[in-house]
Write a protein that binds this ligand. Structure first.
Ligand code: F6P
Length: 357
């Protein structure tokens, strides 16, 4: 038996751990694994792939990025933004199916986020033997309690805040750290709490600049002259605007710049020296944490188990410390957002963190 695997969408620490899990588990069954390169693009004729032997995966568990490459653009994009589903052109699917059939592949494991899993679902509906594996540092897929990559991103945010804290204290400044989180503010919320942020601003909770400024001035008056603010890139300005870099031709709108905007406004409102810093792709790069290595590896092993059971159209899912599965159909287009009155936000407020509301 031969199975295929591809990564699609933005990369994420732990992708190589999934490949490690898939290749290891498949090898035990005597199966061959074909790794398609650069996402779905590798499926197009003549096919861009490599045979993945266990010897190819030695040491990759701990490596960031993906040995297969990935893309969040290309011929198979089925989605730009939430809810805007487009059909992948049928001639593209047919072309890719020819490569797939000629290679005699019995199952295709697709590791991707909401957009890539939407494409995966379309391929499944077109008759392909698809298994999904969820991937996103934003941790915003509702059908899985956690995705690998999230813990690594949060760890990077915490490291960033620890560093910003010392310089903020030295200069009695306000530091604004912009982090990833397109629709959901999980990275900002978890990273902010763990990194000792005083203010956390999320896409899910509208904020008032005046309230944040008053909070900072109050801290100042009580002798806390430095303040740390974490803001998710997808948070909206009080006017309702999201802040973008450009339209990222053919893909999702590129978010970025809200940290700088908020810093400027807060400096004017508080009179305090304020600086902003954008963490950007540092959150996506680098080695996965131990948690993400283990989660990724378990996801890969489970994907092979699902392939062995012929459970096509299913996606690996993590719930209550257990790796199980759900229909891909239930996983796409259902974002898991931070609940503004949820337990984590309440806990943050209980320890004195300002959420801007
Ligand atoms: O969806 C994951 C994510 O990291 C978002 O938080 C971010 O907006 C986006 O990817 C960035 O993508 P790109 O690599 O295209 O800049």
């Amino acid at each position: 038996m031969r199975i295929g695997i591809l990564n699609s969408g933005g990369d994420c620490p732990g992708l190589n751990a999934v490949i490690h899990g898939v290749v290891g588990a498949a090898h035990q069954l005597g199966w061959e694994v074909i790794g398609f390169k650069d996402g779905f693009e590798g499926l197009l004729p003549p096919g861009d792939f490599k045979i993945l032997k266990p010897s190819d995966t030695i040491g990759i568990l701990k490596l960031g990025g993906t040995i297969l490459g990935s893309t969040n653009k290309g011929h198979f994009a089925a989605k730009v933004g939430v809810g805007n589903v487009a059909e992948v052109p049928s001639q593209i699917i047919e072309k890719a199916k020819r490569t797939f059939d000629q290679m005699g592949i019995s199952a295709l494991i697709i590791v991707g986020g909401d957009g890539s899993l939407t494409t995966a679902l379309q391929l499944y509906h077109a008759g392909w033997p698809i298994i999904g594996v969820p991937k996103t540092i934003d941790n915003d897929l509702s059908a899985t309690a956690m995705t690998f990559g999230f813990d690594s991103a949060v760890t990077t945010v915490v490291d960033g805040l620890d560093r910003l804290n010392t310089t903020a204290e030295s200069h009695k400044r306000v530091m604004v750290l912009e982090v990833m989180g397109r629709h959901a503010g999980w990275i900002a919320l978890w990273g902010g709490i763990a990194g000792g942020a005083n203010v956390i601003l999320l896409p899910e909770i509208p904020f008032s600049l005046e309230k944040v400024a008053d909070f900072i001035k109050d801290r100042d008056s009580r002798g806390h002259h430095a303040s740390l603010i974490v803001i998710a890139e997808g948070a909206k300005m009080p006017s309702g605007d999201i802040v973008t870099v450009d339209s990222n031709k053919g893909g999702e709108v590129r978010l970025g710049g809200i940290g700088e905007r908020v810093a400027e406004k807060l400096e004017a409102l508080t009179g305090k020296d304020t600086r902003s810093c954008t963490l950007g792709h540092l959150q996506r790069g680098g080695a996965p944490t131990a948690l993400d290595r283990i989660l990724g590896m378990r996801f890969g092993v489970k994907a092979v188990k699902l392939a062995a059971e012929g459970a096509f159209g299913k996606m690996v899912s993590y719930q209550s410390y257990h790796v199980g599965s759900v229909p891909i159909e239930d996983a796409v287009n259902q974002l898991r957002l931070v609940e503004p009155d949820g337990e984590v936000v309440q806990a943050a407020k209980a320890v004195g963190i300002c959420m801007g509301d």
